[in-house]
Design a protein around this ligand. Structure first.
Ligand code: ARG
Length: 582
């Protein structure tokens, strides 16, 4: 519906351009907003105010001219001028109903399939494998997954890339420690079962034990020159670490698998060529023995030149070099139209530099959209980075255990009539959903406070609230002995609450489009919260099963079923399971 009104406005603008009301050289961006206040209609636009100046006209007069120039249509029931020159549109209720009937028939609830599907590469999760995944990896993993699911629903081809850190000097000390442990145990599997402890032990020896650090350094060199013993040890370490990651992904309901792993080490052989490419483009400068690129776009605080180091004096390559190789692979081999990096906001300078440099190196054309979707930190209640009780970083696996434990306590405490094993299952879903939803519902660009009590609450914009709303519809259908799909008859908008719910339901495709475009799942969460609220008011005010009028009863069942399907699809986009009962 939004598209239709935007198209009508575009037609009005060309009409006004043709008749000379508007100057010929304008091509305004036509964009509709959703007014907060329902009395301002369904959509609003500030087009007249935007164009008034260049057209040398009074905005209200121009708004009037725009309305008069709108082509005849069946979409807009009312167009009114408000304030300094806003145009408010009220949608024709037949159109609204037609849209919802259409959504009802559609498996994807009316979400438009992209007319030009893109190949979108999404770099997400991407932990360093030296340690176990901790709370800092939560955001990239679940935001990336939600964006991937959204773009897939829109018909794009999504290629996930888990750019895990499996290379670098840290592996020297891990291998040295592993070598010793294996000598005693024959297998390092056991020691690696707790990577965190293993890492700490290796680090302690590296810092304290004489000769250990040297041995670690030698092992890195051997590893990098392809020594088979080192490679074998390293591979065992990496395999175990990836198994730990996979467990976390599976528990989180994140779609990543081993086949999405494209590790840093996979680019090793490409790195010398990257240096050569930069040299050929005249971008390389030697600075104290290191190979660097200085770009005018990037200056330090004092306006001093800021180097991007791509090769160290000893010949070693860096994080940036690998990222350049990854860009090249993604655009040239994977043929990406869009490349998305879901990475901590603190790396934004790095990505700015990589994007600018890869354009200069000829790895990305200006057709390709390169995006860093940065996110803030997870904070504890004290406003400092979230820590475990012992003050260390919280392992993600432990965090999820705690979520499930707390959810179980909550459910059991409410006096449930479910069996113990059913309760455990509900607790698993609720616990994981709560952690994910609390994160996804915040604007990713800011830091957020991790707080068990709020995220597990049945009130507010939380997972339990939405999951509960779904089960409410389901129990309604159970009572009616109907399935969510078999409702007859047409939607009718009998009361204010029916209409409000219908209006919310109709917005779903727009919201999905916004999430796909901006890579911001919190818009979907905010929407679902509003939808569940509209459903709740509807449910309280409107008799459904008790409605004497059969047509009205069917209409309401349909609206209720659409609500459940929309919430399920929406939660599905976040990788959150729903429940039949809770
Ligand atoms: N492994 C990195 C880290 O933990 C994140 C990698 C993000 N992706 C990339 N292409 N640089 O900070």
């Amino acid at each position: 519906m939004r598209d239709q009104i935007e198209a009508l406005l575009a037609a009005a603008v060309s009409e006004l351009t043709a008749n000379g009301t508007l100057p010929a050289d304008l091509s305004p961006r036509i964009q509709l907003d959703r007014p907060r206040d329902k009395s301002h209609g369904d959509f609003a636009c500030n087009l007249a105010m935007m164009l008034a100046k260049p057209a040398k006209q009074n905005p209200r007069a121009l708004a009037e001219a725009i309305i008069a120039a709108l082509p005849v249509n069946t979409v807009i029931a009312k167009a009114e001028i408000a304030g300094p020159g806003f145009i408010n549109f009220t949608v024709d209720s037949h159109q609204l109903i037609a849209q919802l009937e259409n959504a009802w028939q559609d498996e994807h609830l009316g979400v438009a399939v992209a007319t030009k599907p893109q190949t979108v590469v999404i770099d997400y999760s991407s932990p360093n494998l030296a340690k176990e995944m901790h709370v800092g990896h939560l955001r990239s993993t679940i935001i990336g997954d939600a964006v991937a699911r959204t773009l897939r629903l829109q018909g794009h081809q999504v290629i996930a890339q888990n750019h895990v850190g499996d290379w670098g000097t840290q592996f020297g000390m891990l291998l040295a420690h592993m070598e010793d442990e294996m000598r005693d145990q024959n297998s390092a599997r056991l020691q690696l079962s707790d990577l965190e402890t293993f890492y700490k032990a290796a680090k302690k020896r590296f810092d304290e034990e004489e000769g250990f650090a040297d041995r670690a350094r030698t092992l890195v060199v051997k590893l990098q020159s392809g020594d088979s013993h080192c490679q074998q040890l390293w591979q065992e370490f990496i395999d175990t670490s990836l198994e730990h990651c996979q467990e976390v992904y599976d528990r989180l309901g994140v779609g990543l698998t081993r086949s999405d792993v494209m590790a840093e080490s996979a680019y090793n052989d490409d790195l010398p060529q990257i240096i050569e490419d930069l040299r050929a483009k005249g971008l390389l400068v030697e600075d104290q023995g290191a190979q660097c690129v200085f770009l005018d776009e990037f200056k330090g605080k004092e306006d001093e030149p800021l180097p991007i180091i791509v090769q160290k004096k000893d010949g070693g390559f860096l994080y940036a070099t690998t990222d350049l190789a990854a860009v090249r692979y993604r655009t040239q081999e994977l043929k990406a139209d869009r490349v998305i990096y879901v990475v901590d906001a603190r790396q934004s300078l790095h990505f700015d530099q990589i994007f600018t440099l890869s354009a200069k190196a000829g790895y990305v054309s200006n057709q390709v959209r390169m995006e860093h979707l940065g996110f803030g930190m997870v904070l504890g209640k004290d406003g400092r980075p979230y820590k475990s009780r012992d003050g260390g970083v919280t392992k993600l696996a432990d965090l999820l255990n705690e979520a499930e434990r707390r959810a179980l306590e909550l459910i059991a405490g409410k006096g449930s009539d479910l069996t113990a094993s059913e309760q455990a299952d509900v607790a698993r879903v609720v616990g994981i959903a709560s952690v994910k939803y609390a994160d996804l519902s915040k604007n990713r660009t800011s830091d957020y406070m991790f707080d068990w009590d709020t995220m597990l609450s049945f009130e507010g914009n939380t997972a339990p609230y939405l999951l509960y709303a779904c089960t409410r519809v389901k129990s309604l259908f159970q009572k009616a002995q109907l399935s969510l799909r078999d409702v007859q008859g047409e939607i009718q908008l009998a009361t204010e609450q029916d209409e409000a719910l219908a209006n919310k339901l109709a917005r779903f495709p727009e919201v999905v489009a916004t999430v796909g475009n901006k890579g911001m799942p919190h818009f979907l969460c905010g929407y679902m919260f509003e939808l569940a609220g509209a459903f709740s008011s509807f449910y309280e005010a409107c008799p459904i099963l008790n409605s004497e009028d059969e047509a009205l009863r069917n209409s309401r069942l349909k609206l209720a079923a659409l609500t459940a399907r929309t919430l399920e699809t929406g939660l599905g986009l976040l990788g959150i399971e729903t429940l039949e009962r809770m």
